[in-house]
Design a protein around this ligand. Structure first.
Ligand code: SIN
Ligand code: MN
Length: 276
């Protein structure tokens, strides 16, 4: 899947691209089946919350080994639609995943993600340069009431903002202070909601400000994330490094797989589409 020069320019300007319908309904069904299969697996990379102890996040779906390994998620992460797009926008063919995860955000009880830059945390993992991008795949129809992701256009060009550790949710997150965000957003274009049908995807720069609110709907909001780094930018040693499921030690360049998810579930019409 070849990006157009308009798409590359939009990514450089806005810090993100959105691709409606990039993953087919049949593929979404396969991926959702994987989330259900892994739901009750006890793993240090699964963070739970709410009265039903639903996963807030389940990590490390893309590797070939481990309790949360998933062949469909692994295949998707290495597909031309995901790895190929990341390679083009990051200008490097040698990429690996710093981590992968599914964020469930359970109906009503799932907690928010405060405004943050992903590089706020990843810098502390020992990564030197903000040469990273996150690829997101919607596994549900996401709406504003179900707590869709919001992206702040152009905010990646502000550079890095000092982060503080927000401990108010089940997953403690290096976030941007409310005061900082209020000041910066006063002069910024409005946040863009990434809403739409399951199968919609987005890729965003690691310094892009993003957040999501409560899921006030009666349905969960499942989304998968693949966080890419260049092999050349792999982390330096740091004292007390975070575990492998968030700070991967597998720095081998990822090899492209022919296309995502089991072939039986693929719809050829979408394989080469370049929407949005
Ligand atoms: C994230 O920023 O890592 C996740 C946000 C979300 O799932 O809403
Ligand atoms: Mn994030």
């Amino acid at each position: 899947m070849q990006l157009t020069s308009a798409q590359r320019e939009a990514y450089a300007r806005d810090g993100f691209l959105i691709f409606p319908g990039l993953v087919s309904p049949a593929e979404v069904a396969v991926l959702r089946g994987e989330v259900e299969r892994l739901w009750d697996v006890e793993h240090e990379g699964t963070v739970r919350e709410g009265s039903k102890r639903a996963p807030k996040s389940m990590f490390r779906l893309h590797e070939a080994d481990g309790a949360t390994a998933s062949a469909p998620f692994r295949a998707l992460s290495r597909s031309p639609r995901v790895l190929g797009v990341a390679q083009q926008l990051m200008g490097d063919d040698r990429l690996y995943l710093h981590h992968s995860k599914v964020n469930v955000k359970a109906a009503i009880e799932g907690s928010i993600w405060p405004w943050h830059q992903d590089f706020g945390a990843w810098r502390l993992d020992g990564i030197e340069r903000p040469d990273m991008s996150t690829f997101m795949v919607m596994l549900d129809d996401a709406t504003e009431i179900s707590g869709c992701l919001y992206l702040l256009p152009g905010s990646h060009r502000w550079g890095r903002t000092d982060a503080y550790l927000d401990t108010s949710t089940a997953y403690r997150l290096w976030s941007v202070t409310p005061e900082d965000m209020k000041r910066r957003m006063a002069d910024s274009p409005a946040p863009v909601p990434v809403a739409g049908r399951a199968g919609t995807c987005a890729i965003f720069h690691c310094n892009l400000m993003h957040a999501s609110g409560h899921n006030l709907s009666h349905r969960d909001r499942w989304q998968a994330y693949f966080c890419f780094n260049t092999c050349a930018n792999r982390p330096h040693d740091v004292p007390n490094p975070r575990p492998d499921h968030v700070r991967s030690r597998n720095w081998a360049p990822m090899e492209m797989m022919p296309d995502a998810v089991p072939p039986a579930a693929r719809e050829p019409a979408l394989a080469g589409a370049v929407p949005g």
